[in-house]
Design a protein around this ligand. Sequence first.
Ligand SMILES: [Zn+2]
Length: 453
Amino acid sequence: MGESLPLGRAQRLRRAVFDLKTIVLMRRDRAALAAMRTVERAPLETVSHLSGERSAAMALHAFRSTAYYRRRYLDAGFTEADVARPENFASLPMLTKQDIHEAGDDLISRDRPSRDRLPSKTGGSTGRPLLVYNDRSAPTAALWWRIYGWWGIHPGDDSALIYRQKYAGMSRLIHIAQWWPTRQVLLDARGTTEADIDRFLRELTRVRPSLLAGYVEGVNAFARHVQATAPQVPSMKAVSVTASMIHAGQRELIEAVLGAAVYDTYRSAEVPWIAAECAERNGLHVLADHRKLEVVDAAGVPVPDGETGDVLLTDLSNRAFPLVRYAIGDRTRWIAGGCDCRRGLPRIAPIDGRVADALRTPSGRLLSGGLGSLFVDHPGTIAQFQIHQAADFSVVVRYVPVGDPAASTEAGRDAARKVSGFLGHEVPVTAQAVAEIENVGGKARMVVSELAN
Ligand SMILES: [Zn+2]
């Protein structure tokens, strides 16, 4: 994991300890990273061919080892031999979120042990969590090591994170011990207050991490706070953002205030680490050796380079729960030609259609993320929901009720209580049953805010 800048002794130690740990415990990821670096040096056409071969192999694996794909492909007129041919891949049926809900365990590969399945739940504006499984044996760590390397960051370097925090209490202590001596400074993206940000800033100054990573809205709010209060912020090498579209103005603000380059990444709960910007920052390189990404029209047919369409994803390293031509609900377009970094990985434009899900309070509290699971405790009570914030900061959780009306009403009230709590009970939050949710461009936004950004 090469590095050209002079390094402090402590950072060298952290990198050495990290490398040692991975040599002992993560041999497979280290081998995968070496293979990825070889692939990157190949021309685009070679990588495209490799991606096509691996896609067909994954479709064949899905056909042979799951009840769902066998039935689906046979019904669509594809024999096993047809599925095995790379030239047929783009004609195979798409997999929608609805399909995943209905298929249930029929999507689980029968020839993989259950210990390989890591459950991963997504939220979403339908209020119905989507359960998929990541593959524990996939080289997922190597994917982020690879991307961090593009930015000159070693995975053992200290980092600061602005996300929904998963670790609390004992599990937080275990997490810290596992990462030692690498340090992580954390800011929870749910219901951040000015005091939380000040604490985060003090930690940042003490630890001086190389990287800040987080949701765009969270990182943006942090940069705005720093701009407004003008404290000294230690210089960082890179800022990595994810989970929503970054606007040009946000990128400029973050870079000016934090003094580090901002890199856009494309990740999801269903398919971890899909694409990321390199140091050129001219489009996101798709990790085409491990993810097949297609940009298609409404009929599932690939569109020409430069034309915007729907993203279909095939995870080439998830053999436990195959996702083949999965319609994830994002839109983008291909960027033609090679990148100046000469990596043989194709590029897409920043993801279009993800909208930052942010609510604010008069005191500056920001809720960015964490809204997708609002109705998770009340399955089957709503068809869809959307949160509206008016110019006076008041919030209405609008939902389309289904099933037992009393249960839907209770689910709505509960969602409003949760949002109110996230916002520190600073603003009125109510629930309202509606007949339908407004859709823009075929995709319903989870948050509609009348507050100026
Ligand atoms: Zn590049």
